[in-house]
Design a protein around this ligand. Structure first.
Ligand code: ADP
Ligand code: MG
Length: 273
């Protein structure tokens, strides 16, 4: 920990503070997220360490880069050191757009979505074994200084589960939960696709496809699989893609590879080169 200087607090995560730090050796600005593992069982702790080790292997321009972890036994905390995304998160961005009723241009939506799909492709199609995100939502998608999209906050939330220090304030409504998750069936990569579809919808409609004031009525809406069309300013292609991703049957949803082949995505991949 002596290798870093704390620059200030960025936010409060569900498991502890998120702080901006400076690596003393070269002055690089990073962040660390503290997580208190004090109330975890031995087994859960091992699982947490295993998850962190997996995340450390993910190296992709559209995935928040993890640099290191520090375990402080005396205060039962693990510090996860990662890339600083100075543009904040997409959740905050969407809140602002929502407030100002400022719809995002469709081209921008496709550009953001293309980067999310590239990140998911890296996770789902790794030769060393697939990694599922499990918690895709606007708050877990970050922007760097150049407005590049960075997918963050992998799987850890699942491992940490009940350990949350601020459980009541931080557990939001699970708007992007897939029908199979509601039915407690196995989470698979198509569940990530469902959530990515919900995210794509919310970027355009500025509201999630399924909304309710309590979990039960939300679950009923999700299981129906029916949602309103996007505002008319958005194309039929965008609408159709969302409908395919937010489909109650996981088998009917496209894979990341199918999505990469779509002209709207393929075109933007070529433009990037
Ligand atoms: P949790 O998901 O555990 O509740 P978050 O990841 O949402 O915690 O982090 C809390 C706050 O810190 C959020 O406002 C988020 O935007 C910010 N934050 C988290 N990671 C980073 C990062 N790598 N770069 C910049 N800000 C971050
Ligand atoms: Mg988060």
């Amino acid at each position: 920990m002596d290798n870093y200087e704390i620059l200030g607090q960025i936010g409060k995560g569900s498991f502890g503070l998120v702080q901006k730090i400076k690596r003393k050796s070269d002055g690089k600005v990073l962040v660390w997220k503290e997580m208190n593992y004090g109330r975890m069982s031995e087994r859960e702790k091992q699982q947490l360490v295993a998850e962190v080790n997996i995340i450390r292997e993910l190296k992709h321009p559209n995935i928040v880069r993890y640099y290191d972890r520090i375990i402080e036994k005396k205060d039962t905390k693990i510090y996860i050191i990662m890339e600083y995304c100075e543009g904040g998160d997409v959740g905050t961005l969407l809140k602002k757009c929502k407030k100002e009723k400022d719809y995002i241009a469709e081209d921008v939506i496709w550009k953001i979505f293309t980067q999310i799909i590239l990140a998911l492709n890296e996770c789902h199609n790794r030769p060393q074994g697939k990694i599922l995100h499990r918690d895709l939502k606007p708050a877990n998608i970050f922007l760097d200084a150049q407005n590049n999209i960075k997918l963050g906050d992998f799987g850890l939330s699942r491992v940490m589960g009940e350990q949350s220090e601020f459980a009541d304030t931080h557990v939001g409504t699970p708007y992007y939960m897939s029908p199979e998750q509601i039915q407690e069936k196995k989470y698979n990569e198509k569940s990530d696709i469902w959530s990515a579809g919900c995210l794509l919808y919310e970027m355009a409609a500025l509201k999630p496809p399924f909304e309710a004031t309590n979990h039960l009525s939300l679950a009923i809406k999700i299981k129906s699989g029916k949602f309103e069309r996007l505002p008319l300013r958005y194309s039929e292609e965008l609408q159709k893609l969302i409908e395919s991703m937010v489909h109650i049957d996981p088998e009917k949803r496209p894979s990341v590879q199918n999505i990469l082949e779509l002209p709207q995505i393929n075109l933007r991949l070529k433009e990037r080169k």
